[in-house]
Design a protein around this ligand. Structure first.
Ligand code: PLP
Length: 280
């Protein structure tokens, strides 16, 4: 089943209007939420970010956040989803095509679930990444439907047999095409500060909290491409990839070319967070 506004329906019974503004302009916002053992992970944080993204583009939420949360949880139950994801998007709705807000539309919500196991192979052994210029706009803090620059970056990574494209504006590293990026230098974790140039990752929030709880020093300061390549450890985080070591970037081996100790410690703490989430 999928969720279309407030209605649970079969996927084949739902349709996208050709003049939906999400479809035509990318005029909407979304969230991608992990489900572990049938329970939504960090649901409240995702809902708060959804609300904030909507606010930033002056998009009225079609329902109260509590109602959206309830319906997404029901969707997971109805589909009997144990391990996977919820994708939810809200667009500015349907109107005759015009660039400015039409003013009389009703926001459209669509959500569905997707099966997905944990990325254990990648988190255990690490991934390889490429470097690419960050060509996105200057509101990367909004989780909007406009992902073309991210799509192109990820495709470039795939073409090179890599899993992620780490983006930089000039010499400053911003984030991955679908991840936040961190370096570890003498046991200190560095990551780009929260501003308009990166997404405030939900996994990032948890990782920085866990790091501080475990006595690790965290510095939310941008670092350069050179610092990235010379770091002791590099890792990326997201809802999908969790905490994943990066062992090679372009032709450069990171550290020893093996997942590092700080990354491993954070991964362990993350396991506890997941277990705590499921209440077992
Ligand atoms: N940065 C970008 C550009 C992303 O697309 C994502 C996730 O999709 C992230 C960071 C990580 O965010 P989260 O941890 O909320 O999944």
């Amino acid at each position: 089943m999928i969720l279309h506004n407030e209605r649970f329906t079969e996927r084949d019974d739902a349709f996208v209007d050709i003049e939906d503004r999400g479809y035509q302009f990318g005029d909407g916002v979304y969230e991608f939420i992990r489900v572990y053992d049938g329970i939504c992970f960090e649901m409240d944080s995702h809902m708060q970010r959804l609300k904030l993204s909507a606010l930033k583009i002056e998009l009225p939420l079609p329902y109260a956040l509590e109602k959206i949360t309830r319906n997404l949880t029901r969707l997971v139950e109805k589909n009997g989803l144990m391990n996977g994801f919820i994708y939810v998007q809200i667009t500015r709705g349907v109107s005759q095509r015009m660039h400015h807000f039409p003013g009389n539309t009703t926001s459209v919500l669509v959500a569905y679930t997707q099966l997905g196991e944990r990325p254990l192979e990648k988190t255990t052994h690490g991934i390889q990444a490429i470097l690419t210029e960050d060509i996105r706009w200057k509101r990367c803090d909004i989780k909007s439907l406009n992902l073309l620059a991210n799509v192109l970056a990820k495709q470039q990574a795939k073409k090179h047999g890599c899993d992620e494209a780490i983006m930089h504006r000039g010499s400053t590293v911003s984030e991955g095409s679908s991840t936040n990026v961190y370096i570890v230098e003498r046991n200190v974790i560095y990551t780009h500060p929260i501003n308009n140039l990166i997404l405030n990752g939900i996994t990032r929030i948890g990782v920085l909290q866990m790091a501080r709880e475990n006595g690790l020093r965290v510095v939310e300061e941008a670092f350069t491409v050179n610092e990235l390549l010379e770091a002791d450890e590099v890792f990326v985080t997201s809802t999908a990839i969790e905490i994943c070591p990066v062992i090679r970037i372009d032709q450069t081996l990171i550290g020893t070319g093996q997942p590092g100790l700080v990354t491993r410690a954070l991964q362990q703490a993350f396991e506890h967070r997941i277990v705590f989430n499921s209440g077992t």
